[in-house]
Design a protein. Sequence first.
Length: 81
Amino acid sequence: MENLIDLEIAVIVTARANMERQLDDATAIAKAWAMEERCRGILVTRHDRHSFTVALSDAVPAAAGRAPRSRARTAGGPGIC
């Protein structure tokens, strides 16, 4: 069994204009870990207008494609959302 890291990044949006950059930065960190592991994908969850989490998740297959924008966005392995 491989050692898997518990990765969950809290993103608090400071300004609407910065939201995509902040989420992209957090997703890039998670993507690096997801590509290393090759077994979990990235789950981006919106909790409210200013609060998101970016996490590695068993619920998202590695290399999952782009999903439509909604309350939860997913990306895995080589893909990014």
